[in-house]
Design a protein around this ligand. Structure first.
Ligand SMILES: [Zn+2]
Length: 70
């Protein structure tokens, strides 16, 4: 488990999620876990590789790459 998973562009990191399994009885178990952003390698036009989340990747591919300042 990597604790330092976060996107350098939108600063999105892990989020704590509580999932409740509703049953018919009074017993309703809850699950606590962390949700991580979908981070993948992305190659910039100058050859550099950075790890960004898929939301930022879609934004970058839609707009022009020159607007990005990293
Ligand atoms: Zn991002």
């Amino acid at each position: 488990m990597n604790k330092k998973i976060f996107c350098p562009i939108c600063k999105k990191g892990r989020i704590k999620v509580t999932k409740r399994l509703k049953t018919r009885s009074k017993y309703n178990p809850t699950k606590n876990y962390f949700q991580y952003p979908n981070i993948q390698w992305f190659q910039l036009p100058n050859g550099k590789r950075i790890k960004i989340c898929m939301k930022c990747r879609k934004k970058i591919l839609k707009s022009k790459l020159e607007k990005l300042n990293i």
